[in-house]
Design a protein around this ligand. Sequence first.
Ligand code: SF4
Length: 332
Amino acid sequence: MNTKIEKIANRVLQGKGISCDEAHFLMGISGNEIYDLLYWANRIRYNSFKNVISLCSIISARQGSCPEDCRFCSQSSRYQTDISNFPLVEKEQIAGAVERGKKYKSNCVGVVTSGYSLDGSDDFDRICEDAYELSKKDGPPIHTSIGTITSKMAKKLVSSGVEMINHNLETSEAYYPNICTTHTYKDRVETIKVAKEAGLKICSGGIFGVGESAEDRLDLAFRLKELDVDAIPLNFLSPVKGTPSSLESPLEPMEILKIIAVFRHIFPDKELKVAGGREENLRDVQSWMFYAGANSTMIGDYLTTRGKAPVDDLQMIKDLGLIYEGRDGQNP
Ligand code: SF4
C-alpha cells in the first residue's frame, strides 16, 4: 500500500481537504498503485454515502441544429453527423421520460435542450409549464439542462418547481477555448452563479478525453469546488464521427477510474456521477466506477447515444451489494 495515498486519504476521511499539490500527486499515480487509490476512494465514498447509489435519467428534449461549435458535440450544426434534429418535444414525451425515470428508480429526470440559451424563447416557457405540472405528480423531479440562463430565468425555474440545473464547466478555463470558441468559460461560470443566487442547486462537471492535461482536470475540479456545486457529473468522450473530437484517442479504463477516484478525494461528500461515455470507455469494468468513488450514475439512454439496458444497470448495483435510492429508498 502506498503510504502517501493512505495519509492523504485519511486526512480526507477526517474531514480535512486536500491541497492542489496532493491532488497533483494523486493524479500522477500509475500502474498498480491506482488500485491503492481506488481502495481509499471507495472508503471515502462509503464514509459519506454508505451503500446508497443515486440514479438519474435524461431526455433530449430539443436536439441538434446548434450554432455553437463545441468540438465533442454531435448536435453542432457545424459538423456532419448522423443524429436527428428536432424541435422541443411535446409535453407527453417529457411526461413519458418522467414515467420511465420512475421505473428506472431515477432520483431526477433531466430535460436537456441543444443550443446556447433558451432566453426569450417560447420553449423556455413551455419547459417551465411542463416542469410545474409534472412536479405535482408522483414521479422523480425535473431538472433542466438548457444552456445559459439569466437571473430572471433562474427565478422562473425556481417558481416552476425546478430544484437543480445542469451546466457543465467541461474543462479548465485555460483549455476551454480548445473545445469551444463560440462562447466563453466566463459565460458558463456566470450561469452557475446566477442559478445559485436564485436558490437552484447546481450539477456541474466536465468532459474528459478531449485532449486536456492532468492539470486541466484538476483546475476544473478546484474551480467546481470554489463554486460549491452540489453534484459533479463526469463524462468521458465517446467520439462521434464527424466531430473534430472524433480524432481523439479514447481514455484507458484505468485512467478513467483514477480520474473518478481523484475527484472523490477532492469532493468527499458531493454527488459524484459517472455520466456519458461509461459503456464505451469502461467496458467490462463499469461496475468499478463505484469502487473508484462514484455514488451516482446515469441510467437509460443518453442524448444521442444508447445507454446500457436499465435492468442490467439495476442488477449490477444489486450484485455489488449496493442500494439504489429511487423514490422510496428501497430496492424492488
Ligand atoms: S454542447 Fe450544447 S452548446 Fe455545445 S454544440 Fe452541443 S448543443 Fe450546442
